[in-house]
Design a protein around this ligand. Structure first.
Ligand SMILES: Cc1ncc(COP(=O)(O)O)c(C=O)c1O
Length: 389
């Protein structure tokens, strides 16, 4: 029995994954396997740090202390072999808001910004809502794996005169942990064509041997001049509700532009629990992370083996990183709405692949960061759903 087997009631806790079911799917009697957070308790070290902060009882204005910066610097060094400097760090309440900030601060209305669909859909929103032009460099699906199309990428950079690229590394929903070679090729194209690279590395800690995340900015001193790396303890330690994340920005001119934007928005710090949780997680969360990664790995195995054996019409793309499993349902020949409804009718709320943009149609995303009993039940329900056709 693992501690992650515990089924924790999350209904009634303002958890969007559970309490948002009715609003999003129109029904509540389903297993929520959509939003990317974990149904596990955060590490005890984080809970203790937050309790200590809460018990103090004075919740006045905060400043992110040097000790939090040090905790992030050490985490990057030990987990990702990347020597960053404390002064490169900026803070924001989320990675998505940081993408929006980068778009706003570093490009002009109408500028082309490249993304690689199928990809985490708020990327599209941050670009379009800021009045920039969304440009797709679609991933190639080869032998059940996503690859980057570098010829198309360079063409798009040139044709559209792209000013920025938002990279998802590791990739959600495809689960690719990009190799150093793929990342170097991407960054070299950005360098050649004067494209600012925003690298969303929120899933970077959720990798397990043999896969290893490489921060693209760490690959060359020159890449650091035009790269903004976005990290957070939110996926890693299940702290999304604390709303604390960091931007790693080695280049001073880029940093100043971002700071100017944050100042214009009146945004200078993080909330008290976010600071306490983030520092404790990065400082003391390593062992918990290894444990949760092993558990998630077993859940992924379960999904893969069950599907191969019992639902052969579906094809599971085993993620190299993160806890999101991308399932190819195209053989069923259903539209995206029909697919979503089919699984809903059989009691499972999944992430609808079409919303991740071109290439996502006919896929569903399952979040397996939950007790194994829920994963097993999900698979049984999905089997019944497919058998009902
Ligand atoms: C690639 C990616 N970026 C960002 C986020 C969300 O980041 P935040 O909650 O910090 O805005 C997610 C959440 O699923 C994600 O998958």
């Amino acid at each position: 029995m693992s501690r992650f087997d515990e089924v924790i009631e999350r209904r009634g806790t303002n958890a969007v994954k559970w309490d948002g079911l009715k609003a999003v799917f129109g029904r509540e009697d389903v297993l929520p396997m959509w939003v990317a957070d974990m149904d596990f308790k955060a590490p005890d070290v984080v809970i203790d740090a937050i309790k200590q902060s809460a018990d103090h009882g004075v919740y006045g204005y905060t400043a992110v202390p040097d000790s939090t910066r040090e905790a992030i610097v050490n985490w990057m060094k030990h987990r990702h072999e990347w020597a960053i400097k404390k002064e490169w760090l900026l803070f924001n309440h989320g990675v998505v808001p940081s993408i929006g900030a980068a778009v706003e601060a570093l490009t002009e209305p109408g500028d082309a910004v490249i993304v690689q669909p199928p990809v985490y859909n708020p990327f599209f929103d941050m670009i379009e809502r800021n009045g920039r032009t969304l440009v797709y460099n679609e991933l190639l699906l080869q032998d059940g794996h996503y690859r980057m199309d570098f010829v198309d990428l360079e063409n798009k950079m040139v044709e559209k005169q792209a000013k920025m690229m938002v990279l998802c590394s590791p990739h959600n929903p495809g689960g690719r942990v990009w190799t150093a070679e793929e990342l170097a090729q991407t960054a070299s194209l950005c360098e050649k064509h004067g494209v600012i690279l925003v690298s969303d590395e929120i899933h970077s800690d959720l990798t397990r041997a043999p896969h290893k995340h490489v921060p693209v900015s760490s690959l060359s001193a020159s890449y650091a001049d035009f790269t903004i790396t976005l990290v957070a303890p939110s996926k890693t330690f299940n702290l999304a509700g604390l709303q604390a994340s960091a931007l790693i920005v080695p280049d001073k001119a880029i940093r100043t532009k971002l700071q100017t934007l944050f100042a214009r928005q009146g945004q200078f710090t993080l909330n008290q629990m976010g600071i306490a949780g983030m520092e404790a997680a990065y400082r003391y969360g390593h062992d918990w992370l290894e444990e949760v990664l092993d558990y998630i790995h077993e859940n992924i195995q379960l999904v893969k083996e069950f599907t191969d054996e019992h639902i052969p019409a579906l094809s599971v793309m085993k993620p190299e990183g993160s806890y999101l499993v991308w399932v190819d349902c195209r053989k069923l020949g259903l539209s995206d709405k029909e697919l979503l409804d089919l699984f809903l009718e059989h009691g499972v709320a999944l992430g609808n692949g079409a919303k991740y943009g071109p290439g996502g149609e006919g896929f569903m995303r399952i979040n397996v960061a939950c007790p194994r009993s829920a994963v097993a039940e999900t698979m049984e329900r999905m089997k019944r759903a497919v058998e009902s056709l």
